[in-house]
Design a protein around this ligand. Structure first.
Ligand code: NAD
Length: 260
């Protein structure tokens, strides 16, 4: 049990990668708050953890809404006495070339990742600093924090931005015992990715099989998708790491798609 007695908040954890991280944290002994725009999804994920013997709460939270983030983090801190680990994971994708991208779509993607990453970090850092027991901030980046792909400019820009936010938090947080790291997955089969496959096939004029083989997995060493378990294990490792030897880092988990 690597996270016994820790309290963790994970955003966008009603499904997909966030839910897998929440389940892995709970298996390691943490109390987990599952925040999601989809309240029913957050509740169902929390109930599944409670059914398995863990401690979990579901929270309705739009990470782009300052009050919603503040209220959600306050609820967690008041219920469980603080926040030790926060994972800013909520995310969305939008497929369009830059010249045809509506400003509203650009803003929406930037808001969820960057405004959300900032608001969740700020609210949780205040708790970690005030509690005097430090903590761990994890931000969900992507291989797109390091590389670009066509048709995903707001996502690529936002994920590069999260790398900067993570490094800034690592520098500021050190004196308060807070570490910050960025997780950078390759493609993982979640609803976010499944939705892109037909969209990219349409935009690129190729088959869905070709999107998977020749676009998504082309540069991996083994033509394999990264799994939920792979990403969750990296999150547990980073959350449990015992010292600031590991802070301000970005860990790529992508079957060799990107090597750094
Ligand atoms: P997903 O679509 O399966 O899940 C995303 C969750 O975020 C959903 O439950 C959704 O309701 C929630 N969400 C969306 N907007 C929100 C908001 N404004 N406030 C609160 N919650 C909101 O996606 P996923 O694949 O699990 O992605 C999770 C994170 O991992 C994202 O940041 C994504 O960019 C990143 N990521 C995913 C992949 C991948 O291949 N799936 C790769 C690299 C990085």
């Amino acid at each position: 049990m690597r996270l016994t007695d820790k309290t963790a908040l994970i955003t966008g954890a009603g499904r997909g990668i966030g839910r897998a991280i929440a389940e892995a944290f709970a298996r390691e002994g943490a109390r987990v708050a599952i925040a999601d725009l989809d309240h029913a999804g957050a509740e169902a994920a929390a109930q599944a953890i409670r059914d398995a013997g863990g401690e979990a709460m579901g929270l309705a939270m739009d990470v782009t809404d300052e009050d919603a983030v503040e209220n959600g983090v306050t609820q967690v801190a008041e219920t469980w006495g603080g926040v030790d680990i926060a994972v800013a994971n909520a995310g969305i994708q939008h497929i369009d070339p830059v010249d045809r991208l509506a400003f509203a779509d650009w803003r929406k993607v930037i808001a969820v990742h960057l405004d959300g990453g900032f608001l969740v970090s700020r609210a949780c850092l205040r708790r970690m600093y005030a509690g005097g027991r430090g903590g761990t901030m994890l931000l969900m980046g992507s291989v797109h924090s390091k590389e670009a792909s066509p048709l995903k400019s707001p996502y690529v820009a936002a994920k590069h931005g999260l790398l900067g936010l993570c490094r800034a938090i690592a520098k500021e947080g050190a004196e308060h015992g807070v570490r910050a790291n960025l997780i950078c997955p390759g493609f993982v089969r979640t609803p976010l990715v499944d939705k892109q496959i037909p969209e990219q096939a349409r935009e690129l004029g190729i088959s869905e099989e070709s999107v998977i083989r020749d676009v998504m997995l082309k540069h991996t060493v083994d033509q394999e998708f990264t799994t939920l378990e792979d990403v969750a294990e990296v999150a547990v490792h980073l959350a449990a790491f015992p010292s600031a030897a590991l802070t301000g880092q970005s860990v790529v988990v992508s079957h060799g798609w990107h090597m750094q």
